[in-house]
Design a protein around this ligand. Structure first.
Ligand code: ZN
Length: 219
């Protein structure tokens, strides 16, 4: 814990003064453009990999970058999605999976989670992705896990569209969804194409069509 506290003191001494104008501007309001949904994994840092400043990203992080579909029991993820879209008016949502994801490895390899019942229950929200992934042929465990990471991003994008605030904003042309996968070893990010089937390197396709574009902009 000492390194964490030392970090706070360093922030207050060095980083805060360098950005004091920004923090003063942000002291009483925020206007983030993007809701970024990522895994809680310590290696996935949304602001670092997108090079954004405080105030730029509204962030949800949980095990497996999961968004439960809209239902009778609204939890923290649902409430946060709704606040981002209906309250803050974000224009973009990124669902970002990542390589070597522990949650997706557990799902893809049917790892026993009897000792972690809460995790097992939470990962049921990836059941549709698992079913799709199990229908594909895989040459190795790594290939199976990578496939699970991809299918999970696609499934969570489908789940998020069931939220009324998201469905309405997409219909009104105010919101665009994006599916990304971050590779920890290389820093590469692949983005889902507009057909919602293939991931392509963002570096080669920086104009890559979003996973769901507002109807008003549809070609
Ligand atoms: Zn993960």
């Amino acid at each position: 814990m000492k390194d964490i506290i030392d970090g706070v003191l360093k922030f207050q001494r060095d980083a805060y003064p360098q950005r004091s104008e920004l923090f003063q501007r942000l002291a009483t309001h925020q206007n983030p453009s993007t809701l970024f949904i990522a895994c809680s994994d310590s290696r996935v840092v949304p602001e670092l990999l997108t090079q954004r400043e405080p105030g730029d990203l509204f962030v949800i992080r949980n095990a497996g970058n999961i968004v439960p579909a809209h239902g009778s029991q609204a939890g923290g993820v649902s409430a946060t999605v709704e606040y981002a879209v209906a309250g803050l008016g974000v224009t973009d949502i990124v669902v970002c999976g990542h390589s070597d994801c522990g949650a997706m490895t557990a799902v893809a390899t049917c790892k026993c989670l009897d000792h972690m019942p809460a995790v097992a229950g939470w990962l049921r929200h990836a059941d549709a992705a698992r079913a799709v992934n199990e229908g594909h042929a895989h040459s190795s465990v790594r290939d199976r896990v990578d496939g699970m990471v991809r299918e999970n991003v696609i499934a969570q994008l489908a789940n998020i569209k069931t939220h009324p605030s998201v469905a309405r904003a997409i219909e009104q042309g105010k919101l665009t969804l994006h599916g990304w996968i971050y590779d920890i070893a290389t820093g590469r990010i692949d983005a889902l194409d507009s057909a919602g089937k293939r991931f392509q390197p963002l570096a080669d396709h920086s104009q890559v069509a979003p996973a769901s574009r507002p109807l008003a902009q549809a070609a």
